[in-house]
Design a protein around this ligand. Structure first.
Ligand code: CMP
Length: 134
C-alpha cells in the first residue's frame, strides 16, 4: 500500500550538515520526497507536536531540543512508507540501532537521534497536517 509519512531531520543532524546524506538514505530505499522545507519552530509548537509524550519524564527536554535550531521536515511517500521510514531510521536509541540505519550512522544519543518519523497511519496524517496544512 502506498502511504505518506512525516520525517524530521532534527537540529543535531541539520547542524552537522547531514541533511543531504539523510535524504539520500530515503531515496536509495525507494521513498520519494513529496514536500520539504527547512524551518525553526518555537518551544510551544514543539510541545504541541510532541504532545503524545506529555506525560513522559523527557517531554520538557525533548521540546526544548526540537526547537533549539533549524529542522528539515519532509513528506515521504512510498510502499509501506510508515514502516519503511522506521526501518531506515533504526531504533530510537542509536546504541540499539542496526548497522546501515540513519540513527546508527549519525545519531549521537537517544535525545540527539538525528531523525523523527511518524509511528502509525493516524499520527502520520496528524504530523503531516501539523507542518504542511495550507
Ligand atoms: P522521536 O522518534 O522523535 O520521538 C520522541 C523522542 O523522544 C525520541 O525520538 C527520542 O529522541 C526522545 N527520547 C528521549 N528519551 C527517550 C526515552 N527514554 N524513550 C523514548 N524516546 C526518548
Amino acid at each position: 500500500m502506498i502511504q505518506q509519512t512525516l520525517s524530521i531531520i532534527k537540529p543535531d543532524a541539520v547542524e552537522r550538515n547531514l541533511s543531504e546524506d539523510i535524504k539520500k538514505k530515503f531515496l536509495e530505499n525507494k521513498l520519494k520526497i513529496i514536500k520539504i522545507k527547512k524551518i525553526q519552530i518555537t518551544k510551544d509548537e514543539a510541545s504541541e507536536f510532541y504532545k503524545v509524550h506529555q506525560s513522559k519524564p523527557f517531554y520538557e527536554k525533548l521540546c526544548s531540543y526540537l526547537s533549539s535550531g533549524p529542522i528539515v521536515v519532509m513528506i515521504l511517500e512510498g510502499e509501506n512508507a510508515i514502516q519503511e521510514n522506521r526501518r531506515i531510521m533504526g531504533a530510537t536509541d542509536p546504541k540499539n540501532a542496526e548497522e546501515g540505519t540513519i540513527r546508527k550512522e549519525y545519531g549521537i544519543s537517544i535525545d540527539k537521534n538525528s531523525v523523527h518519523g511518524s509511528d502509525s497511519p493516524d499520527n502520520a496524517k496528524k504530523e503531516i497536517d501539523f507542518f504542511f496544512k495550507n
